[in-house]
Write a protein that binds this ligand. Sequence first.
Ligand SMILES: Nc1ncnc2c1ncn2[C@@H]1O[C@H](COP(=O)(O)OP(=O)(O)OP(=O)(O)O)[C@@H](O)[C@H]1O
Length: 295
Amino acid sequence: MLKVQNVTTYIGRTKIVKRASFDIDAGNIVGLIGPNGAGKTTIMKTILGLTKFDGSIQINHQPVTENQHAALNSVGALIEHPAIYPFLSGRQNLALYSHDHQDMARLIAKLGMTDYIQQKAKGYSLGMKQKLGIAIALLNHPQLVILDEPMNGLDVEATIGIRKLIKQYADRGTAFLISSHILSELQKVMTHVVLINHGQIIVNQSFEEFEQLHHRDYKLLTEDEVLTAQVLQQRTIHYIQEGNTFRVKRADIFDIQDALYQQQIHLKELAPIETNFEQVVVTILEQQRRADHEA
Ligand SMILES: Nc1ncnc2c1ncn2[C@@H]1O[C@H](COP(=O)(O)OP(=O)(O)OP(=O)(O)O)[C@@H](O)[C@H]1O
């Protein structure tokens, strides 16, 4: 659906995005993650034909350039601040873009905007404007939606609602490119992760692969921690003891169960520990910085 190949974007003489390549297929939700100033917004603007660039960008095999925008007809976007007319109501703002009245009404309801959609947008809060911007991006059944920090200013309920809506659209085949500098925000929806640092893509893989690579540890709790520690040591199974529980590797969980069974030690709990992906990203970025420094 979207093919970004070797894209380099300059602002003035500075290379902001450096030879970036990634694809997005229909129904994929790609999280574009990276620290402040990494180039997330710039890549998005480049895909939307708003900047000069080297390389190639195609949407459904049609090229996008700074001067060729036909392929963008099937693309919805929210970049930086939503383009909203303050003296029009929310509904009037949506109507400016909408080709399908029913679709527009559905979106207003789904985004929980019914109560204020008739009011002038100038009185909207940050979160209300943000929702209106997201609604504009989702109008007219887009094939690709590009959202720059969509959760900005949204409360918990709205965030959950937007996530649900994104999943519904993706299930029907809409592709998403969503940026955030907060990985945990996207963790629950994304199917793929693209990590960018200093304009360079340093991770580009399915979220499943990413999860497996930085695989989860398991928490083990038994009825007898002293005996358990002895058994693990005898079998040279790596563990970290944390109070009366053990942090163990996923690869060892069957061996551990066998060993405990043989020693007749009852298992109380053996469950995956939530991976702190925020920490994973920080570690990857630190490794990258070290590698850049050594190069
Ligand atoms: N119009 C501009 N003129 C000069 N430099 C710019 C311009 N726009 C962006 N940059 C620079 O390009 C780099 C990438 O900016 P960009 O906004 O793409 O980052 P980002 O990853 O979206 O950051 P954030 O998470 O803070 O929104 C930054 O170093 C920024 O200073």
